[in-house]
Design a protein around this ligand. Structure first.
Ligand SMILES: [Fe+2]
Length: 574
């Protein structure tokens, strides 16, 4: 039996501390309290045109303290001067700055896009607590540097909360936003040079966004399932994942499926797992439920009928069909899209591709599925426009910079799809994956992770496969004629392209620039004549879709525009 007298002091301390919210949780709770009260007391129009005066009454002493101290915290080992670099184009300086005793100096810091004014305050050794960037969502949020008050003393910054982005040194050439490493400082005054630089990411501007931050979804959730989407999280021959959305009144989800050609066999029910998606700024449908179920032990090359819903209330979607991957087949088609950006045209393109005589078995999308990856209204548009085809053929999506927005991570993307995990050290779950379908291998390559680690993973997958056709799906164009991207992907080129050369990747499917380009096959960094000797790097664009018809060792590639014109073709025979 539990004996109270045996609790040791360390355990007591742990129990006490475990009830103190971390700074980031405290700030989040403060914003939640403000927004929840605003929803209760303001109309939609008032929310859309909020002013600082209207927000003022909601700032209780506790909330005000959280806003002024819980945004960014760290320890310094010596008495220090803390500098806050604030973009001069941000209309108003956050009010906590002057209230906390920071003073504006004459110093100016610059990068190619911004001038920053410098606010400073002296701190004793110990904890430094800083406030929010403001309610305005200003995207070039402030960053910080720390210097010693005593010349020569080494400054060490530790226990940084909430995040732990890289720590650098103030100097020309230094990166300040981890999600935009190419934007470097061009001008740093002598007084700040060598100070410890606390980098940040632009997405932090959104943490406390209130003015102009409220949105509405044109496709709110209901208690009927919608956004029904097929993906693969396991073997396409024997499993099928299905995801769908409901409102928060629906806590249970079930997929009910049966083999289509065996109508007398009893249907099987599989329970779904549930994940809420909370988008605080969505005025008309803040939280929705995403349900995910995986059907297993399926027969290869077999058509199944399924519906999703709630067995308790006997509420079901209409019935859809899917077909598992063939056991040993070598003929199939797929369709490729990119940069769909929650636009209606993407749905029209997919509908046209789906209506083809050689019906696609799957659809690949090489990133930027939506404009703003953390705005659920964008996803609601995407799913509404893509519509029913993705309830019948699985999607293989890769993450684009818009899906993993401003350094905030692809959290909402990951909740919308169930994908395999790479089982590779250094690669997080569902971010990189290899999917084998018939005689083809699809390698979904993530952005924003170590190029070296991905290179090692690509080598492992390509060395192990006996697939006839190999496709990479990646958002950024490794080769582009656009001068803006010259040299941008040199690292990927030097590491990944060598792996592609070694194992002969057939196609690298990319996007991002919104300019359609199909490069001549490339091997060893040079153009070659035959696709059998090099990799075809495709930069797709919105307004087009591409189809791949594979028959054994023959592949027919076509690109078709929104009017149905064939704009590009290529045939490969191995
Ligand atoms: Fe992009």
């Amino acid at each position: 039996m539990f004996n109270r007298s045996r609790i040791r002091p360390a355990a007591v301390l742990f129990l006490v501390f475990s009830f103190v919210p971390r700074a980031d949780e405290r700030l989040d709770a403060a914003m939640d309290a403000i927004v929840t009260r605003l929803y209760a007391e303001k109309s939609l129009d008032q929310l859309r045109s909020l002013t600082p005066e209207q927000v003022e009454p909601y700032l209780t002493p506790d909330i005000r303290d959280a806003l002024a101290t819980a945004y960014w915290q760290f320890d310094v080992n010596v008495p220090a001067v803390v500098s806050v670099m604030r973009h001069v184009k941000q209309q108003t300086a956050p009010s906590w700055l002057a209230e906390a005793g920071f003073t504006k100096t004459d110093l100016v810091v610059r990068n190619e896009s911004c001038d920053y004014e410098v606010w400073q305050k002296r701190f004793e050794a110990g904890r430094v607590a800083l406030g929010i960037n403001g309610f305005d969502g200003h995207r070039f949020c402030y960053f910080v540097c720390v210097g010693s008050q005593t010349p020569g003393a080494e400054v060490r910054v530790s226990n940084v909360l909430p995040a732990d982005p890289p720590i650098g040194r103030m100097d020309a050439g230094a990166t300040t936003y981890t999600d935009w490493t190419e934007l470097v400082l061009t001008e740093v005054p002598d007084a700040l040079r060598g100070h410890v630089l606390l980098t940040t990411y632009r997405g932090r501007a959104r943490e406390c966004h209130l003015f102009g931050g409220f949105r509405e979804t044109p496709f709110p959730s209901s208690d009927n399932p919608d956004q029904i989407t097929l993906t693969w999280s396991e073997n396409p021959k024997t499993t099928q994942a299905v995801l769908w959305r409901t409102n928060t009144s629906v806590a249970n989800g079930t997929v009910r499926y049966r083999e289509k050609a065996a109508p007398n066999v009893r249907a099987i029910d599989v329970r779904a797992s549930l994940e809420p998606i909370d988008d605080r700024m969505l005025t008309n449908d803040r939280t929705s439920h995403r349900h995910t179920a995986v059907m297993r032990n399926l027969k290869p090359g077999t058509t199944y009928a399924y519906k999703v819903g709630e067995s308790e209330r006997n509420v079901w979607s209409e019935e859809y069909e899917f077909t598992t991957a063939p056991a040993s087949g070598d003929a199939f088609s797929f369709v490729h899209l990119t940069d769909t950006h929650n636009r209606e045209v993407a749905g029209k393109l997919l509908a046209a591709a789906y209506a083809r005589e050689s019906r696609p078995s799957l659809v690949t999308i090489s990133g930027d599925l939506v404009d703003y990856g953390l705005h659920r209204d964008c996803w609601d548009k995407l799913f509404a426009y893509l519509g029913e085809p993705i309830a019948r053929i699985p999607v293989i999506p890769s993450i684009g910079n818009h899906d993993d927005q401003d350094g905030l991570g692809p959290g909402t993307f990951l909740k919308q799809f169930a994908l395999p995990s790479p089982n590779f050290e250094g690669l997080p779950a569902e971010r990189a994956c290899a999917i084998r379908y018939a005689n083809a291998l699809f390698l979904v390559i993530p952005i924003g992770l170590s190029v070296e680690t991905i290179g090692a993973w690509l080598e492992q997958e390509l060395a192990a496969t006996d697939a006839t056709w190999k496709f990479g799906i990646y958002h950024f164009p490794m080769y582009s004629t656009d001068p803006e991207y010259a040299g941008y992907y040199d690292k990927q080129e030097s590491i990944w392209a060598r792996v592609f050369d070694k194992y002969h990747l057939d196609f690298m499917l990319t996007g991002h620039t919104h300019n359609y380009e199909r490069h001549k096959p490339i091997y060893g960094g040079k153009e070659v004549d035959s696709p059998n000797d090099g990799t075809v790097y495709l930069v797709s664009a919105p307004g087009h879709y591409s189809t791949f018809d594979i028959r054994g060792r023959e592949l027919d590639f076509k690109t078709i525009d929104a009017k149905g014109n064939v704009t590009d073709t290529l045939t490969i025979k191995k």
